[in-house]
Design a protein around this ligand. Structure first.
Ligand code: C2O
Ligand code: CU
Length: 487
């Protein structure tokens, strides 16, 4: 095909490949979908549930060719699914068996900043990090991934990531599919490019401004996966675990499915659709119904992003994701309840502060990320409204640590149904201006910041990130301890 050239300088003057990578019909679906094991845990004398996580290097065989050098948690690629209940105290021993520093961040979790696993909590090679907190948020599909300063993309692409499922009494009391790996299926969807020796090719950015767009899709590390369906209803916990690619999920026969949960947990009621778009870092739980004996493929369709962006690789592709093969007879004992979770309900009559964030070239509001700069403090238990603006021609999204927020407006309109639940990451399409309402928890430390950033990982790494603290009554913004940053 031809090539487009966007105007401008630097990253924006690169040539953009436009040949679409259409894999539909080219994937064999001959490998069973790997289901990440549930992490083992033990109860320590204080009553905390303790998980041991070993970050390690290894080799993983993805296809018939040679094995690939990879990183994983308690294995060679990705990590176990963590599972904890609301109200439970959990503790981790995170051992870094690599020969460089990394971190593990608990994306979507409300927790003290010092436990957050961001760039201020890097774990040196050979060291063990021991965060501990009490889970206090509704049932949700969260995830964990590395977050070292300037190296998040590289470390995630080597294989560090996993799912983190929070349970609560309310969700377990519903008759939704909830048998892990049987009718409740984690799906960590990622793309990779392999070089001639079957090694990950991180230099393979199809254009310089978004990062790696791979030409192979992996679900839980499986290339070309099939899943054998044994129940009429199946719940899929979809995670866009890619560095840059958007997915626009749907089934090959355009069958409807029900969105039941967004980043922060269950929706008040299911929303029926046949397409669902997820940007990097976002999660969605969907429930889909199968007929006995049928085969249907989950795909990613061209996104509904318009303009030049929407015509690029990674946005215009039609991709096979996973084949579902239904048994001749299907168990049928779950349902989608009429009422599930709670709708966002922040009090907009009492907004304490309004802020505006413009995402442009490698910076937010013109400031590139600096480890020692805390941009602002929010007052605990107050409601703030944040306007987030995409100021250049590229795809961004906006993620905030420690909080689930309410999307008030997308490009001046009421948010679409899939953005009406609790969210921690929201897409920011070129030219858009979105408004969010946020209320931060009681966890405070004026000297240890949380992050907010674009979750297109190359953008985050290049500086599209800032830092804030949550302040108690009468507290002022502190200073980042010098020792926290020696890069
Ligand atoms: Cu998913 Cu700051 O990260
Ligand atoms: Cu971005």
């Amino acid at each position: 095909g031809g090539a487009l050239v966007l105007g401008g300088t630097g990253a924006f003057g690169v040539q953009l490949a436009t040949a679409s990578l259409d894999t539909v019909g080219k994937v064999d679906f001959d490998r069973p979908l790997a289901i990440p094991p549930l992490a083992q845990s033990t109860d320590d004398p204080s009553g905390a549930r303790v998980f041991d996580l070993e970050i390690q290097a290894g080799r993983t065989r993805f296809t018939d060719g040679p094995a690939t050098d990879t990183w994983g948690v308690n294995g060679t690629f990705l990590g176990p699914t963590l599972r904890a209940r609301r109200g439970q105290e959990i503790a981790f021993a995170v051992h870094n068996g690599l020969d460089e520093a990394t971190s593990l961040h608990w994306h979507g979790m409300r927790l003290p900043a010092v436990m957050d696993g961001g760039p201020h909590q890097e774990v040196a090679p050979g060291e063990t990090w021991t965060p501990q907190w009490t889970v206090d948020q509704p049932a949700a599909t969260l995830w964990y991934h590395p977050h070292p300063h300037g190296k998040t993309a590289a470390h995630l692409l080597r294989g560090l990531a996993g799912m983190f499922i929070v349970d609560d009494d309310e969700s377990e009391g519903l008759n939704l599919p909830q048998t892990y790996g049987v009718d409740d299926v984690p799906m960590i969807v990622q793309d990779r490019k392999f070089d001639g020796d079957n090694q990950f090719d991180d230099g393979a950015t199809l254009f310089g401004a978004l990062g790696v767009i791979g030409d192979h899709l992996l679900v839980n590390g499986t290339v070309g996966p099939y899943f054998d369906v044994t129940t009429r209803l199946v719940r899929l916990r979809l995670l866009n675990g890619s560095a840059a690619r958007m997915y626009h999920f749907g089934f090959g026969d355009d069958r409807p499915f029900s969105l039941i949960a967004t980043d922060g947990g269950l929706l008040p009621e299911a929303w029926e659709t046949d397409r669902l778009q997820l940007s990097p870092g976002e999660r969605a739980e969907i429930v889909v119904a199968f007929e006995p004996g049928e085969t249907v493929d989950l795909r990613s369709f061209p996104t509904d992003i318009g303009g030049v962006m929407g015509r690029l690789d990674g946005f215009a592709d039609k991709l096979d994701v996973c084949r579902f093969r239904a048994a001749e007879s299907l168990a049928d004992d779950t349902e989608i309840p009429a009422a599930m979770g709670a709708a966002p309900d922040l009090d907009l009559g009492a907004v304490a502060e309004e802020r505006s964030f413009t995402l442009g070239e490698d910076a937010i509001n013109g400031n590139p990320m600096a480890m020692e700069r805390i941009d602002f403090g929010v007052r605990v238990d107050t409601v703030e409204v944040w306007e987030v603006v995409n100021d250049n021609g590229f795809l961004h999204n906006f993620h905030v640590h420690d909080v689930q927020f309410q999307v008030l407006e997308v490009a001046g309109e009421e948010p679409p149904p899939h953005l009406r639940g609790w969210k921690d990451t929201v897409p920011l399409i070129p030219g858009e201006r979105n408004r969010l309402a946020l209320r931060f928890s009681e966890y405070t430390d004026p000297n240890v910041p949380y992050m907010f950033h674009c979750h297109v990982l190359q953008h985050e790494d290049e500086g599209m990130m800032g830092q804030f603290v949550v302040l108690g009554d009468g507290e002022e913004v502190g200073a980042v301890a010098a020792a926290a940053h020696d890069h």
